[in-house]
Design a protein around this ligand. Structure first.
Ligand SMILES: O=P(O)(O)OC[C@H]1O[C@H](OP(=O)(O)OP(=O)(O)O)[C@H](O)[C@@H]1O
Ligand SMILES: O=c1cc[nH]c(=O)[nH]1
Ligand SMILES: [Mg+2]
Length: 218
């Protein structure tokens, strides 16, 4: 599929392919700490790629030897963690954008027969108006959780731009996000998989990221 405003990290060979293979492997997945660590590491590497698209300004610093002009981030992004599966992936972003503000939303998918309902239960964020917003969720499956998040956040104000970051995306979710989100946005993922299955899980995917990171929920 061709979405012009999208960056796919696995289009280039890198160590991310190794981390992704471990995330998908049903045996290695038994090690929850390793699962979370790999999400965090991919978060760090995607954050580095995304950092190349941000604006920088110059300032003068004093080294012990002399004054010199350096480049620093023009403005801090606002990171949004989509609980719960996002937490380790979000930590990777926070390791890189360590001065950024953070917001948290509680969103979860609820199966209702053939339909998927998205419950939006919790929001603790600063004002998003005029901000460079980075929405962080490892799995972009139907795209409904991210679209619901954007719709709820935009009740507060308009961000300057939106970056949507994920580890694995499904083509159906990417198409849904592109159609539904009207604010200028760019999607950053490690990999785009084949499709969704009848339960709206990504195929081949990695299973349920939240459960693998933290254990099953009711
Ligand atoms: O694109 P979608 O079809 O909306 O699916 C993606 C959502 O599913 C997962 O969360 P889940 O609802 O399993 O909750 P959890 O993070 O608490 O496990 C994942 O972290 C996304 O938020
Ligand atoms: O494949 C999927 C879809 C949604 N959430 C997950 O954790 N995995
Ligand atoms: Mg969720």
């Amino acid at each position: 599929m061709k979405i012009s405003n999208m960056f796919v990290l696995s289009n280039q060979n890198s160590i991310v392919d190794q981390y992704l293979s471990e995330l998908r492997d049903v045996n290695i997945q038994q090690d929850r700490a390793r699962f979370r660590k790999n999400l965090e590491r991919i978060g760090e590497l995607l954050a580095y790629e995304l950092s190349k698209s941000l604006t920088y300004k110059s300032k003068v610093v004093e080294t012990p030897i002399e004054s010199t002009e350096v480049k620093v981030l023009g403005e801090q992004p606002l990171l949004i963690c989509v609980l719960r599966a996002s937490m380790p992936f979000f930590q990777g972003f926070l390791n890189i954008f360590n001065e950024a503000d953070s917001g948290f939303v509680g969103v979860y998918r609820q199966e209702d027969g053939a339909d998927l309902d998205i419950e939006f239960l919790y929001q603790a964020t600063p004002d998003i108006t005029g901000r460079e917003l980075i929405l962080i969720d490892p799995m972009l499956a139907t795209g409904k959780s991210i679209v619901k998040t954007v719709n709820n956040l935009e009740k507060m104000g308009k961000p300057k731009s939106i970056h949507i970051v994920g580890v694995i995306a499904a083509p159906e979710g990417l198409a849904y996000i592109s159609n539904e989100i009207k604010t200028q946005h760019k999607i950053w993922v490690a990999e785009v998989d084949r499709a969704l299955n009848e339960k709206s899980y990504i195929v081949p995917g990695l299973g349920d990221a939240g459960d693998l990171a933290f254990g099953p929920k009711l």
